[in-house]
Design a protein around this ligand. Structure first.
Ligand code: ADP
Length: 489
């Protein structure tokens, strides 16, 4: 049960509310108790003033030896209220008179001779005024002790006020709290539970919908009840995540189907060609040679595609280890141009390399070489015989710009965006029919990944009927201090 957020929220809420209510009740009770006490003390002080005024007035009219006793008895008679006890003590501590002497309403018997009363008198010794609680009666007394002069002597006035009415009132307050607080807590916890249930309803809906989403229905999304609240934003973030996963699944699916499609063709050629070669027991050596040449070319193509696929799969998984080291980019460009020279001359293409300065860089040399060769290979492949291919490389601000320009037919404008897509070929029919070693449409994807892995960019800078220029822009600040001599030759 405690595993439910709703229940936990309700318990927390109820617990805190109960604590708060109990604290509030205690504080209220304390304030009420204190003000009752202050009011009682104020009444006692006022009553003592009135009492003494009466005593002083009465004593003026009496000249006898018992004048103080008579005056005090008159004052007691005049000021005697229910729940009050008056006592006046002589200067020597003996009882002068008290309301016990009144015929009608004597105080509880033995009160003025009780130990509590004696303690009160002892506490008041040496002080002029004293307020103190005193045990006795049903609920105890609030006592006020005050010294006063009369006929040249100091007498002590003691007024006791029963605390029974106050205690009754406080008891009522306690009883009220005792039933109001549990009812408030119960109602609040029921309300809190329904509130928590209502607030968390979108979460329940989201979790049941999320439970239904699998690879088959990845296009489905979580319901969003209010896009502006926290749960709405959570659902929106989750939906964005689903969108990315869906796209990535879709890419993987397309990749698999494109890859199998690309592999099927060379595999079919291999099978067909070998079947033809084996269909007759004897063939002229020339025919076997021709078949083997076709088999070799297709096996080579197959290997190339598998290697490219392997590279991209590892790159996607982030498992392709880069081995950066310091070298000179201008040297690498020169080497790659040199390597492509035989390809170019086979098609009577003029291949030139324009690199004028030393370009130190820290990068994965093998991968950058592969990227340059891919661009050169494309440029030569798609440029008609007798054309021109130029490789240039130089510093451009904080970057090195490496460009491969050809005088080929260019790429139609509407397809220029797509040339970096995997398995994309601008003209599939032509590439296949010419059987010019055209790849599977992975070369530019790999080249782009290589530049991006080096925090650079690969762009199609220009492409029209006069030719195309592919540019790789690589950050130069990754370059490291190099020894004077070039690292590669
Ligand atoms: P491929 O292995 O088919 O060359 P790429 O990814 O290297 O695959 O290139 C994708 C497509 O872009 C090619 O099929 C081609 O149509 C087009 N392309 C690439 N480079 C050039 C270029 N220099 N001139 C014209 N078209 C090009």
């Amino acid at each position: 049960m405690l595993d439910s957020v709703r229940v936990r929220l309700t318990l927390w809420y109820t617990g805190l509310l109960a604590l708060f209510l109990v604290l509030l009740a205690l504080i209220t009770y304390f304030i009420f108790w204190r003000s009752t006490l202050q009011r009682t003390d104020g009444n006692l002080a006022e009553l003592s003033e009135a009492f003494l005024s009466t005593v002083r007035a009465e004593v003026l009219d009496d000249y006898g030896a018992d004048a103080p006793r008579h005056a005090v008895q008159e004052a007691i008679t005049e000021h005697h209220y229910r729940d009050h006890v008056f006592a006046v003590l002589e200067p020597n501590g003996g009882m002068l008179t008290s309301s016990q002497d009144l015929p009608n309403e004597p105080p509880p018997s033995g009160l003025l001779s009780s130990a509590a009363f004696q303690k009160l008198l002892a506490d008041s010794a040496g002080v002029d005024r004293l307020f103190e609680n005193m045990k006795g009666g049903r609920s105890g007394y609030r006592a006020f002790v005050r010294k006063f002069p009369l006929k040249g002597q100091t007498y002590t006035l003691v007024i006791l006020q029963s605390l029974h009415p106050q205690q009754e009132m406080l008891e009522e307050v306690r009883a009220t709290f005792a039933w109001v607080i549990p009812i408030a807590i119960f109602l609040a916890s029921v309300g809190g539970y329904f509130l928590a249930r209502k607030s968390l309803a979108p979460v329940v809906a989201m979790s049941s919908q999320a439970g239904r989403i699998s690879a088959e229905n990845l296009h489905e999304r979580l319901p969003i009840q209010n896009a502006r609240d926290e749960l709405g934003r959570l659902a929106a973030s989750f939906n964005e995540l689903l969108e990315r996963v869906d796209q990535s699944f879709e890419r993987q699916r397309r990749f698999m189907s494109d890859a199998s499609h690309e592999l099927r063709t060379p595999a079919a050629i291999l099978r067909g060609e070998s079947e033809v070669a084996l269909s007759r027991a004897e063939r002229p050596a020339e025919e076997y040679r021709e078949s083997l040449a076709v088999l070799h070319a297709e096996a080579h193509r197959l290997t190339q595609i598998v290697e490219d696929l392997f590279t991209l799969t590892r790159a996607d998984a982030g498992q392709y280890p880069l081995s950066p080291r310091g070298f000179y980019l201008d040297e690498l460009v020169a080497d790659c141009t040199h390597a492509a020279r035989s390809l170019a001359s086979a098609k009577q293409i003029t291949l030139t390399c324009e690199v004028l300065e030393e370009l130190p860089i820290c990068a994965d040399e093998a991968l950058l070489g592969r990227m340059i060769l891919n661009l050169l290979d494309n440029a030569i492949k798609y440029t008609p015989a007798g054309g021109r291919v130029t490789v240039s490389c130089g510093r451009s601000g904080v970057e090195y710009a490496l460009s491969v320009t050809d005088s080929g037919p260019g790429i139609p404008e509407e397809l220029q965006e797509r040339v970096f897509e995997r398995f994309f070929r601008a003209d599939k029919a032509r590439t296949r029919s010419e059987n010019d070693g055209g790849g599977a449409g992975l070369g530019l994807s790999i080249a782009r990944w290589i530049t991006e892995a080096h925090h650079g960019r690969l762009i199609l800078a220009r492409s029209d009927s006069s030719g195309s220029t592919f540019s790789a822009l690589l950050p130069a600040q990754a370059s490291v201090p190099l020894p004077a001599a070039p690292l590669i030759r």
